[in-house]
Design a binder for this molecule. Structure first.
Ligand code: NDP
Length: 281
């Protein structure tokens, strides 16, 4: 029987750091992890996943734009994947796929562990309502934040995200155009892909920021520069990108596949030292 295989599916996928991260976790635990990146369009994803399973695939990560399609392909899912309506971690069980979403716990571990933030009682502004936002929203609520305001370019997607949280009064949607009326926030999270591929800068009202505001971009590398530049110029006390979340969500996937919790600081430091990820704020 061939060795178990792991992969990350997405489109595009060449930029993915997941093969490096999973191999590094494996090395630290003395496991030779066979983990590759597989490009698949939404139309081709189901067939690609089945072909992967037939070749010994037992675990996979799923990234843009396939997380909702992955959710639909799973026979069973965790409750956090159900609340997100999106799956980023697949585990083969017999001839079926089981799905989880580790994005939210990855972000919360990065915020509370690496960056020492106490999320309890905080007002949080979430920009975006795509797959990443759906993944992190339930985890933030579970971590004890006071209130989550969700703002998205397409208002109906923000409404749908809030409805899926089933937390009336704690998770609220608002119009992007009316951000000025929302007061200030202790945590502002950019979960949009607005800056991918060289988008424009962020122009958010200064009234969102107070003396304690932390700004986090789920993006990393060049795509994080516009939002972090806005945060710095607006006087946010603290601002950083999504590289730590990337490593933490990967650690959670690794634990589910291999039954061991990897230490993340060394892998994070290796990634951070690369030219592409030197910018944090
Ligand atoms: P989706 O495609 O599912 O959602 C994209 C989101 O960005 C939507 O809310 C969309 O709004 C919004 N958006 C896109 N362009 C613009 C724009 N020009 N102005 C305002 N809003 C815009 O992507 P994901 O949610 O999966 O990913 C979002 C980002 O988070 C990605 O860049 C991804 O790299 C990053 N990410 C990082 C992770 C990490 O581990 N650090 C994990 C997962 C994601 P609308 O609904 O109106 O189209």
């Amino acid at each position: 029987m061939s060795a178990p295989r792991y992969a990350v599916f997405g489109q595009p996928i060449a930029h993915s750091q997941s093969p490096f991260i999973q191999s590094a976790f494996g090395k630290a635990h003395g496991i030779a992890v066979d983990y590759r990146a597989i490009e698949a369009s939404p139309d081709a994803f189901a067939a690609a996943l089945e072909a992967f399973a037939a070749e010994g695939g037992v675990g996979a990560n799923v990234t843009l734009p396939l997380k909702e399609a992955a959710f639909a392909l799973c026979t069973t899912t965790t409750s956090r994947a159900q609340r997100a309506g999106a799956v980023n971690t697949l585990l083969r069980k017999g001839d079926r796929w089981h799905g989880d979403n580790t994005d939210g716990i990855g972000l919360v571990r990065d915020l509370t562990g690496r960056h020492g933030l106490d999320l309890r009682g905080r007002r949080v502004l979430l920009l975006g309502a795509g797959g990443a936002a759906r993944g992190v929203a339930p985890a933030l609520l579970d971590a004890g934040i006071l209130e989550l305001i969700v703002v998205n370019r397409s208002a109906e997607r923000a409404d749908a995200l809030v409805d899926a949280m089933s937390e009336p009064g704690r998770a609220i949607s608002a119009y992007w155009e009316a951000l000025r009326e929302q007061g200030d926030f202790e945590l502002i999270i950019n979960a949009t892909s607005a800056a991918r591929g060289g988008g424009e800068g962020f122009n958010l009202p200064l009234s969102l920021v107070n003396s304690m505001t932390t700004a986090v971009d789920l993006n990393y590398g060049e795509a994080a520069i516009p939002f972090l530049a806005w945060a710095r110029a607006s006087g946010c006390r603290n601002s950083f990108d999504g590289l730590g979340m990337l490593v933490e969500q990967a650690a959670e996937s690794f634990q589910q596949w291999h039954g061991m919790r990897p230490e993340t600081d060394a892998v994070y430091a290796q990634l951070r030292s690369r030219d592409a990820f030197l910018v944090t704020a």
